[in-house]
Write a protein that binds this ligand. Structure first.
Ligand SMILES: [Zn+2]
Length: 221
């Protein structure tokens, strides 16, 4: 190994944003043939990952592409942003790292975390279907997730005004890292747009059209 080379730097192709976007696109292309129209969970709220996302626009997704299809790619790409911000924080932002570490320890003390460790297709989607009006239910997954930790965790010590100010500067730097990673992802999607459009034409549009035809038949039967 080159003695001047720092371990892990420069990044290999797999570690660059371009390489990681390509892997995310490939994983989505492998997943898409299994998608079925109508098995998307109903949403009552706008998805914070997808709604108005410049990344969705860069991928060439328009309003006709079902949310579950968009979400599956955007959530994979969001993981790239999260990883970049986590690495940047780890290396450069000691105060934020300490605060996040304390929050993580509190989270880890919760008994059941249904929203974590899900495949990216499901991450960030609502856990429970909307309740049928009038039908009884015993509990919802969201309620379980909201349960209190098994052991009470100590409150975080309050921060001084100076520490809060320093923390705010670090949060702004972390936001800047997220924004620049987002721009890099949008640029890296450019060469994949045609491939994404083709996959939508092949696997999504026929299903959506069949569903619309079916609805039309039912309405006018
Ligand atoms: Zn979404």
């Amino acid at each position: 190994m080159d003695p001047g080379r720092v371990a892990g730097y420069p990044p290999t192709m797999e570690q660059t944003i371009d390489g990681r976007v390509r892997s995310a696109v490939d994983a989505w292309l492998r997943w898409l043939p299994r998608w079925e129209v109508g098995d998307g969970r109903s949403r009552t709220k706008l998805c914070r990952t997808c709604f108005g996302s410049p990344v969705a626009k860069a991928a060439g997704f328009d309003a006709d592409v079902p949310h579950a299809v968009q979400h599956a790619l955007l959530q994979r790409l969001k993981r790239i942003v999260d990883d970049e911000v986590a690495h940047y924080t780890e290396r450069n932002l000691p105060l934020l790292r300490k605060e996040l570490g304390a929050i993580d320890r509190r989270k880890a003390a919760r008994p059941y975390r249904p929203t974590e460790g899900l495949p990216p297709e499901y991450e960030g989607l609502e856990l429970d279907p909307d309740p049928e009006p009038g039908s009884p239910f015993l509990f919802t997954i969201a309620e379980l997730a909201a349960q209190e930790p098994a052991e009470p965790q100590p409150e975080l010590p309050p921060l001084s005004e100076a520490a809060k100010q320093a923390l705010r500067s670090e949060v702004a730097l972390a936001d800047g890292c997220a924004t620049s990673t987002g721009f890099a992802i949008c640029a890296a999607l450019e060469p994949h747009r045609e491939q994404l459009a083709q996959a939508i034409r092949r696997h999504v549009e026929p299903q959506v059209q069949a569903l619309l035809d079916e609805l039309t038949r039912e309405l006018f039967a």
